[in-house]
Design a protein around this ligand. Structure first.
Ligand SMILES: *[C@@H]1O[C@H](CO)[C@@H](O)[C@H](O)[C@H]1NC(C)=O
Ligand SMILES: *[C@@H]1O[C@H](CO)[C@@H](O)[C@H](O)[C@H]1NC(C)=O
Ligand SMILES: *[C@@H]1O[C@H](CO)[C@@H](O)[C@H](O)[C@H]1NC(C)=O
Ligand SMILES: *[C@@H]1O[C@H](CO)[C@@H](O)[C@H](O)[C@H]1NC(C)=O
Ligand SMILES: *[C@@H]1O[C@H](CO)[C@@H](O)[C@H](O)[C@H]1NC(C)=O
Length: 456
């Protein structure tokens, strides 16, 4: 009896699994018949995938949101798991090697130009941004009105086109910064905007300063939760709850560093100066969870050999960089890439060749991101609710590149060529319920439960 039952389960499993395969490459985002619905995307910087679950009992706004909507179990970011690289992938659906924004710092050797998150003039240079068309530009070209607040470099024209309203990223501190952008988003939804993209930095700032497990971080989540609850209330009062799709995304997670804490779980700090003589390098771009090095022709091998085989990081020449990082096929990749192992952090040089130069006393950091994107601490969130989404379900993990097609689908505009997989996200939508992964997941869970019961 039990054997038969297990066979039945096996057949069930196989049916469930195989019935999903045809949809995996099939449905195209362009076969779209969603009615015109507005879309608001809230990006919460540094919102690690497990923050919500760890304190959901005290969260009101997020819990209400998820009861009415869907969530991906987690989102794997891109490499490097840094803001500008991830923001640009969210906006375009392509990997950094394609959109060309390789991190928060870059160096363009051909034009002798640097890109630094701390220098607005450098990030506002148009040339960096022309490789891939962001969603707000495609929307604008299709006569949709877009409103962006604090969103990446939306203030830089793409091929001479700009969205209707935009203030780019300059950084807005505190929970007040999140409230201001969300309230501005609400006002624009009440007006005639179709696409609203707003950003909050608070959780990332606190995560860096105190680390992902600190009471300050928990407090920050509670603060943002209250701001979200207030926003949802405002949305209801404006009669927009049933007509606007709301998506909350993060860009990356956060790893505990605990610099100076003396805790056994703290990261091990290495000094780049123990391996590299500043005179041998033209530029060191970034530090910590990863860094890249521009050398001279006659120093390349020396620098490479001094790093190769050391404890705490992997070293690659440009042509050795693993394909699966989707990083190496960019003009802006330097001669050497160093990818730090999860329990380490590499301090940069104290030299004008280092971009950026940190305080010599250390950065006194509680947390960091920028590690390899497959590391679980780098994962982030995708929460969505609204007329287009299913209610109250959890979907299998997705990748950061997958989200873009959802945005294009909901706006009823053609997705630009991208690296997303439609079948990984389509199951979250009410209209795409035919054999999608979103159904398989609860059925698999059900199957596991049955299998378990059959052994008891
Ligand atoms: C590159 O620019 C820096 C300052 O921005 C300058 O000091 C340096 O000489 C320039 N290098 C070359 C090769 O032009
Ligand atoms: C940015 O450019 C403006 C105008 O060109 C200049 O006044 C300002 O000093 C620059 N800021 C930095 C940080 O270089
Ligand atoms: C830029 O816009 C022009 C005019 O609309 C168009 O012909 C061209 O293909 C666009 N280039 C890119 C890279 O999108
Ligand atoms: C790195 O440098 C700092 C500051 O100079 C020093 O305190 C620390 O011991 C060094 N770490 C290693 C692993 O050498
Ligand atoms: C990602 O998409 C772009 C645009 O279609 C394409 O050029 C690139 O080859 C894709 N990358 C991968 C790894 O498939």
């Amino acid at each position: 009896m039990r054997n038969h039952f297990n066979q039945f389960l096996l057949v069930g499993f196989v049916t469930v699994i195989f019935s999903n395969i045809p949809s995996s490459q099939g449905a195209s985002v362009n076969e779209n018949t969603e009615p015109n619905q507005k879309l608001l995307i809230l990006m919460l910087d540094g919102f690690r995938w497990d923050y919500y679950d760890k304190q959901k009992d005290e969260l009101v706004g997020f819990t209400k949101f998820l009861n009415e909507g869907v969530q991906a179990e987690w989102v794997e970011p891109v490499f490097p798991s840094l803001s500008y690289a991830c923001w640009t992938t969210i906006g375009t659906g392509v990997y950094p090697e394609t959109h060309g924004i390789l991190g928060n710092y870059m160096y363009d050797r051909e034009f002798n130009e640097t890109f630094s998150i701390e220098d607005l003039n450098s990030t506002q240079l148009e040339r960096w941004w022309q490789n891939s068309e962001p969603i707000w530009i495609t929307a604008t070209k299709h006569n949709k009105k877009a409103f962006l607040r604090e969103w990446s470099r939306c203030d830089v024209a793409f091929n001479q086109t700009r969205p209707e309203t935009c203030t780019g990223y300059v950084g807005a501190d505190g929970v007040e910064g999140v409230r201001d952008t969300l309230q501005a988003g609400l006002e624009s939804l009440k007006g005639d905007y179709d696409l609203v993209m707003v950003y909050g930095e608070h959780i990332d700032n606190i995560g860096h300063q105190f680390g992902p497990y600190a009471p300050e971080l928990k407090e920050a989540i509670v603060g943002v939760d209250a701001v979200l609850a207030e926003f949802l209330q405002g949305l209801e009062e404006a009669g927009l709850s049933e007509t606007v799709n709301i998506i909350i995304v993060g860009d990356h997670g956060m790893k505990f560093l605990g610099e100076g804490s003396g805790l056994p779980s703290a990261a091990k700090f290495l000094n780049l100066s123990d391996y590299i003589n500043p005179n041998d390098v033209l530029k060191i771009v970034d530090r910590g969870p990863h860094l890249t090095i521009a050398t001279y022709e006659n120093t390349l091998d020396k620098v490479y050999q001094s790093l190769k085989g050391q404890e705490g990081f992997d070293v690659y020449l440009r042509e050795e960089i693993p394909e699966e990082l989707h990083y190496r096929n960019s003009r802006l990749v330097q001669d050497i890439l160093v990818v730090t192992h999860p329990d380490y952090y590499i301090r940069g040089l104290q030299s004008p060749n280092q971009l950026p130069v940190d305080n010599p006393d250390g950065i006194h950091s509680g947390g960091a991101h920028g590690y390899i994107n497959s590391m679980s601490d780098m994962r982030t969130i995708f929460f969505a609710k609204g007329p287009a989404f299913k209610k109250g379900s959890v979907h299998p993990p997705i990748s950061l590149v997958d989200q873009y097609q959802i945005f294009a689908h909901l706006l009823n505009i053609p997705a630009q060529p991208n690296n997303g997989t439609w079948s990984k996200v389509s199951g979250m939508l009410k209209s795409q319920s035919d054999g999608s992964i979103g159904y398989a997941y609860p059925m698999l869970t059900f199957g596991v439960l049955l299998a378990f019961l059959s052994f008891v």
